[in-house]
Design a protein around this ligand. Structure first.
Ligand code: PHE
Length: 340
């Protein structure tokens, strides 16, 4: 009898089934009242007393193992984790999810594009990886211009024609090549210059470029548009002044200052006690640039301007260190939410 129990024990250990029904068949075969194990218990009564202890232990072991094994098999055919899912309520509210904050540079970029949208400007974008034509040559930069120097511009070694754009003026050219005037567009984007990172400079920063080309566009239009922008951005009382400057792609060119929004023009360390802070470069589109883009300068004139979003944001929110924009410390970033 001992041998038969051992044999059944081995059999039980290797039991397998491919469906719930098969498991039930096995249960009937081994554990039902008419099953093999019950039969052994019947037989057990008839064996000599001295064998009962050992055989009884074996028999109990067989019954326990068979029950365990068949229970295991049964569970594996029940629908996965049904019991656990029973009290899962998908309509319950979750834990609190913290909302992030819009980056201050994005907030200000949106403000700038909104203000110009009110003057009829729509947004366009261009690639960050440019070639010499769009970033420099079409914009009248002479071959030996210092901006083309490796010190200022990121080129790639394999092809000196390929570079990371150093300003968004490249998008002016792409736009003018594609469409004839009237053009009234604003180009926000990321630009790259080979600069050491400090509180006032970074090798990556953001600009917004504006371009307006049509018949009879004059310097007065430029000045009035930028005056409107300055007041919308920095407040009604803001004054502007234009100083002569130079850019290869505009003629005449200017640099625009606003009255210092910190001290109101009285003089402080932000405006270096001049009462004025510079915010952008601008000018009338050079006729040669129009020609380069197949626009007839005898018919059309235009103006362009470009500003650094970091600079505008620093002035607007009185941020002293440019590096804060790139650290992504939420304690800094969350201070600007909703500040539209
Ligand atoms: N591209 C110039 C810069 O990066 C800014 C500018 C744009 C000046 C348009 C004039 C007209 O400094």
């Amino acid at each position: 009898m001992q041998e038969r129990i051992d044999q059944l024990l081995q059999e039980v250990e290797t039991l397998n089934a491919s469906s719930g029904e098969e498991v039930e068949q096995l249960r009937l075969r081994y554990l039902s009242k008419k099953g093999l194990i019950s039969a052994l218990f019947e037989e057990f009564r008839t064996i000599p007393n001295e064998e009962k202890r050992l055989v009884g232990q074996l028999l109990n072991k067989l019954k326990t193992r068979a029950t365990q094994k068949l229970d295991e098999l049964k569970i594996s055919f029940e629908e996965g984790g049904e019991e656990e899912d029973a009290d899962l309520d998908l309509t319950r509210p979750t834990g609190q999810v913290r909302l992030g904050a819009r980056h201050p540079l994005s907030i200000v970029r949106n403000q700038i594009t909104d203000i110009f949208a009110r003057l009829g400007y729509s947004v366009a974008e261009g690639p960050e990886i440019e070639n010499d034509w769009y970033n420099f040559s079409a914009l009248n930069f002479p071959v030996e211009h210092p901006a083309k120097d490796m010190q200022d511009t990121y080129f790639i070694q394999r092809d000196p024609d390929v570079l990371l754009r150093t300003h968004t003026s490249s998008v002016q050219v792409r736009m003018m090549e594609r469409v004839q005037p009237p053009i009234r567009k604003i180009f926000p984007g990321r630009v790259f210059r080979n600069e050491a990172i400090s509180a006032r400079a970074h090798c990556i920063f953001h600009q917004v470029e504006g371009l307006y080309v049509d018949k009879d566009v004059s310097f007065a239009d430029l000045k009035q548009s930028l005056y409107f922008f300055a007041r919308e951005m920095f407040g009604e009382e803001t004054q502007i002044r234009l100083r002569p400057s130079f850019f290869p792609f505009t003629e005449p060119s200017g640099e625009m200052d606003i009255s210092c929004n910190i001290c109101g023009g009285k003089g402080c360390n932000i405006c270096k006690y001049t009462g004025w802070v510079e915010i952008l470069g601008c000018g009338m589109v050079d006729p040669q640039v129009l020609k380069n883009c197949n626009i007839d300068p005898e018919i059309y004139t235009g103006f362009a301007f470009g500003m650094g979003i970091e600079r505008i944001t620093m002035l607007k929110y009185q941020i002293r260190d440019l590096r804060l924009f790139f650290e992504n410390d939420v304690r800094f970033l969350k201070q600007f939410t909703g500040a539209i």
